[in-house]
Design a protein around this ligand. Structure first.
Ligand code: PLP
Length: 385
C-alpha cells in the first residue's frame, strides 16, 4: 500500500507501540516463556464456556441494551452490596463496558476537558495518561514510594490545584502488587472533601488480593463513592482477558454523563457473554475463592525463587510479582528484559515502561497467572542466573 500522501499531526506524538506488544512479539520470536503480558495460560471454566454456547444457541446474538443486560447489572450491584455495603441502583448506577480499558477511557473522555489536571500514580497502568492527553488534559504524576510502593499523600496534596479534575487510583496495583490501606482512603477523603475532584478507581484486581488483606474499594466509603467511578473487569476474574468485558459503577448523576460518551464509543457489549456471566455468577464460589487460587500460585512461584539471586518485592495483590536484579547486574531494565529473552527464553516487563520518564530501578514484572509447570520451568531458569 502506498503511504498517505498528505500531512497529519499525531495526537500522541511520543507514543509508540505498547511495551506489552513489543515484549510479547519478542517472546514469540524467541519461543520464550511469556510472563510479560498479564493473561492466564490456563483455561476458562468449561461451565462458563458452556453457558456462552447455550446463550448463542438460544439466539442471544443481537445488540444488548446500552447499559448492559439487567440480570448482569443486578448480580454485580448485589455482589457490591454484600462485599462493600454500597447501594448502587442496577438501572441507573452501573454500566457494562468493553473491558476495564473502555470503562477507564470513557470516564476520562466524559469528564476531562482542556487543561484539566489529572493525578496519576507511577508506576502506572499504561492506558491512563494517553487518554488524558487525547482529551487535552494535563497529567500530574505522583511517584509511589519504595520499597512498598505506597502513596506519599503530602506529595499529592502539593499537586492539587484549582484545576484538578480527577485522581486515578488502582488497588490492587499493576505493576507493583501493592494495595491501598484504610489510612490511604482516609487521606483521599480528606483531600477531596469539599472539592469538585472526581476519583477514578481502577479495581479490576478486586478479587486478587492476598494475605488476608481486605480490598479497600472506594465504594465502601460513602464520602468517596459519591465522587467516584469504580471500574471492574470480568476478564481478570474469570481467566478470560480476551473477552474484553467489564463494568463501571458510579452515582446516578455521574453515570448519566458517562453514558453520553459510552453510547457513542461502543454503544453496547457482547450479548451472549453477558447472559452467560449473569447465570455463572449466581454461584458465588466462582469468584469468591479466586484469591486462594492465586495466592497459592504466588507462594509457589516465590518459594521456587528462594534460592535465586533475584530480590522478591512483596506482592499482596494482582497476578504480578516484581523482582529486583540489583544484586545480579548493572544493566538497564530494558536491556535486562531483552537479555532474559535472548539468553534464557523468559519474557518479563521492564518496570521503567510504567513511568513517564522511564525511571529505572532495575526491577522486572513477572505474571504468575500461569500453570504450575510454566512457573516451575521459569523459576528453574531464573535460579540459574
Ligand atoms: C490496572 C489495570 N486496569 C485495567 C486493565 C484492563 O482491563 P480489561 O482487560 O478488562 O480491559 C488492566 C489489564 O491489564 C489492568 O492491569
Amino acid at each position: 500500500m502506498e503511504p498517505f500522501p498528505g500531512n497529519f499531526l499525531s495526537k500522541l506524538p511520543k507514543t509508540g507501540t505498547s511495551i506489552f506488544a513489543v515484549m510479547s512479539k519478542m517472546a514469540a520470536d524467541h519461543k520464550a516463556i511469556n510472563l510479560s503480558q498479564g493473561f492466564p495460560d490456563f483455561e476458562v471454566s468449561p461451565g462458563l464456556i458452556g453457558l456462552v454456547e447455550k446463550y448463542m444457541n438460544k439466539g442471544m446474538n443481537q445488540y444488548a441494551p446500552m447499559q448492559g443486560i439487567l440480570p448482569l447489572r443486578e448480580i454485580i450491584t448485589t455482589k457490591v452490596k454484600e462485599a462493600y455495603s454500597a447501594d448502587y441502583h442496577p438501572e441507573t448506577e452501573i454500566n457494562i463496558t468493553a473491558g476495564g480499558t473502555q470503562a477507564l477511557s470513557s470516564v476520562i473522555e466524559a469528564f476531562v476537558k482542556d487543561d484539566d489536571e489529572v493525578i496519576i500514580f507511577e508506576p502506572a497502568y499504561d492506558s491512563y495518561s494517553p487518554v488524558v492527553k487525547l482529551n487535552n488534559g494535563i497529567v500530574k504524576y505522583a511517584e509511589l514510594r519504595q520499597p512498598d510502593y505506597h502513596i506519599d499523600w503530602m506529595e499529592v496534596r502539593k499537586l492539587i490545584t484549582a484545576h484538578t479534575r480527577m485522581i486515578i487510583i488502582n488497588s490492587p496495583h499493576n505493576p507493583t502488587g501493592s494495595v491501598l490501606k484504610p489510612s490511604d482512603m482516609a487521606e483521599l477523603i480528606r483531600l477531596t472533601d469539599n472539592t469538585d475532584i472526581l476519583v477514578l478507581s481502577d479495581e479490576v484486581y478486586e478479587h486478587l488480593i492476598y494475605d488476608g488483606i481486605r480490598h479497600e474499594s472506594v465504594s465502601r466509603y460513602p464520602q468517596l463513592a459519591c465522587r467516584s467511578f469504580v471500574v471492574g473487569s470480568f476478564g481478570k476474574t474469570f481467566h478470560a482477558t480476551g473477552w474484553k468485558l467489564g463494568f463501571v459503577l458510579a452515582p446516578e448523576n455521574l453515570m448519566a454523563e458517562f453514558r453520553k460518551t459510552h453510547q457513542f464509543i461502543v454503544f453496547t457489549c457482547n450479548t451472549p457473554i453477558q447472559y452467560a456471566l449473569a447465570e455463572f455468577m449466581k454461584d458465588k464460589s466462582t469468584y469468591q475463592n479466586l484469591h486462594n487460587f492465586y495466592q497459592e500460585k504466588r507462594d509457589h512461584f516465590v518459594g521456587l525463587l528462594a534460592k535465586s539471586r533475584f530480590e522478591v518485592i512483596p506482592s499482596h495483590g494482582t497476578y504480578f510479582q516484581l523482582l529486583s536484579y540489583r544484586n545480579i547486574s548493572g544493566k538497564k531494565d530494558t536491556e535486562m528484559a531483552e537479555w532474559l529473552i535472548t539468553e534464557y527464553g523468559i519474557a518479563a516487563i521492564p518496570v521503567s515502561a510504567f513511568y513517564n520518564k522511564k525511571n529505572d530501578y532495575q526491577v522486572l514484572r513477572f505474571c504468575f497467572a500461569k500453570k504450575d509447570e510454566t512457573l516451575e520451568k521459569e523459576a528453574r531458569l531464573l535460579c540459574r542466573i
